[in-house]
Design a protein around this ligand. Structure first.
Ligand code: MG
Length: 262
C-alpha cells in the first residue's frame, strides 16, 4: 500500500515530469522560415525590405533572402539570375540600381537590407548566397558577404545557406562560428558533418526519399531544414518526422501547423 503522503509525492513527480516534457517539446518544436521574406501579402514582394519587416511582424524564426554579387562586386538582394534580361553577375550595379520590385521598392543592395535588419530586431537572417560562375567568384562572394555581415555586427543573427558546395565551404571558412547549411540535396548527413556544416537544408522530396536522414542527422547533431514546404499536409509530415525548420512561402500556415502539435 502506498501511503497518502507517498501518493501525493508520486502525483507531484508525475505532474513535474509532464510539465518538463511539455516545456521541452514546446522549446524543440519546428521553427518557421519565411522563404524570400513574407511576400504573399499586400504591399510586399519577394526579397524586398518590406518582406523582412512583415516576416518579423508574424513572428517567424527567420527570413530567408538571396544574394548575388554584381560584376563590380556589389552584393544585391534578388532571387533570379537576370533582371530585365541582364545577368546580375555580369552587370555593373549602376545598370541595375533603378530596377523596381513589384511592390514599388528599388532593388535592395545587401547593405541597405542589412541596415534595415538592424532595426528589425531578433529575427534570424537566413542568408542564401547564390551560386556564381566560377569557384573563385563563389569564394569572393562569400568573403564579401561575411565581411559585410560582420562589419554591420549582424553575425550572431545570420545563418548561411548555399547550393554551391564551394560557396558553402567558403562561408564556413569565413564564418566558422555561424551555422552553414548546404542546399543541393546530394550529400549525406555524414558527409555534411565531416565538412563542418550545421546541417541539411534540402528539398522536402529529398527527405521523403531518404527518411532515414532525419534520424542520422539527429545522431550527428545536425539540424534538418526542408524547403520549400508550401502544402499543409507536407508541413505536418515534415514536423512529424522531426524537421527542425520549415522554409515556406506560406509562413502563417506553417506557424499554425506547428502550433497544432503543441
Ligand atoms: Mg533562396
Amino acid at each position: 500500500m502506498i501511503g497518502g503522503k507517498n501518493q501525493f509525492r508520486l502525483v507531484v513527480c508525475c505532474l513535474l515530469a509532464l510539465l518538463l516534457a511539455t516545456t521541452v517539446s514546446a522549446k524543440d518544436k519546428t521553427k518557421v522560415i519565411a522563404h524570400r521574406g513574407y511576400w504573399k501579402t499586400e504591399g510586399s514582394a519577394q526579397n524586398s525590405i518590406r518582406s523582412l519587416e512583415l516576416a518579423k511582424e508574424i513572428k517567424v524564426y527567420g527570413c530567408e533572402f538571396d544574394v548575388h554579387l554584381t560584376a563590380d562586386n556589389v552584393p544585391v538582394v534578388f532571387h533570379d539570375q537576370h533582371i530585365n534580361g541582364k545577368d546580375i553577375q555580369k552587370t555593373s550595379y549602376a545598370e541595375l540600381k533603378d530596377h523596381k520590385l513589384p511592390n514599388g521598392e528599388t532593388l535592395p543592395t545587401l547593405e541597405q537590407y542589412l541596415k534595415r535588419a538592424k532595426k528589425v530586431k531578433r529575427i534570424k537572417l537566413i542568408f542564401e548566397l547564390k551560386s556564381h560562375a566560377t569557384p573563385e567568384r563563389d569564394r569572393e562572394a562569400a568573403r564579401i558577404a561575411v565581411d559585410m555581415v560582420n562589419r554591420m555586427k549582424l553575425g550572431k543573427r545570420t545563418e548561411y545557406i548555399a547550393f554551391s558546395l564551394e560557396a558553402a565551404k567558403a562561408l564556413h571558412q569565413y564564418a566558422p562560428k555561424r551555422p552553414v547549411y548546404y542546399l543541393n540535396g546530394d550529400l549525406s548527413p555524414k558527409q555534411l558533418k565531416e565538412l563542418g556544416f550545421a546541417g541539411l537544408d534540402y528539398h522536402y522530396k529529398v527527405m521523403q526519399q531518404h527518411p532515414e536522414w532525419f534520424k542520422k542527422a539527429k545522431e550527428l547533431k545536425l539540424k534538418v531544414n526542408d524547403w520549400t514546404v508550401n502544402e499543409v499536409p507536407v508541413m505536418k509530415e515534415m514536423i512529424e518526422k522531426g524537421a527542425d525548420f520549415l522554409t515556406t512561402d506560406h509562413p502563417e500556415e506553417a506557424l499554425q501547423a506547428v502550433q497544432s502539435y503543441r
